[in-house]
Design a protein. Sequence first.
Length: 121
Amino acid sequence: MKLKTVRFVVESPEDVNERWSKALHGKVSSSSKEEIISVGSWEILAKIFSGSRLQILSVIVAAKPKSILELAKLINKDFKNVHSDVKFLAGLGLLELKSTKNSRRMMPVAKFSEIELPLVA
């Protein structure tokens, strides 16, 4: 599966609400190569993309770890913190968590290989 690009855009709260409303009603056309995630401020964007979360995304794309535990070991971080960040990123739709043969372990899978962030809309 070829990974797509995700574009983050910073928009006014009204524009964010309008974009989400259209998406919820199926009125958004999505490119096969790109998806758009809209946020209401640069501060929110900064909270989403902490250094640790960017490192997690990068390692998942590059190393394709078989579990969150393996990911934590690869980046030499505490499992609990990595697990929390992975769940957060999955909740945003940037990752997918797939069940493994060992049903207690989840494998983080990247949905995107690139992140675009235009500085002007």
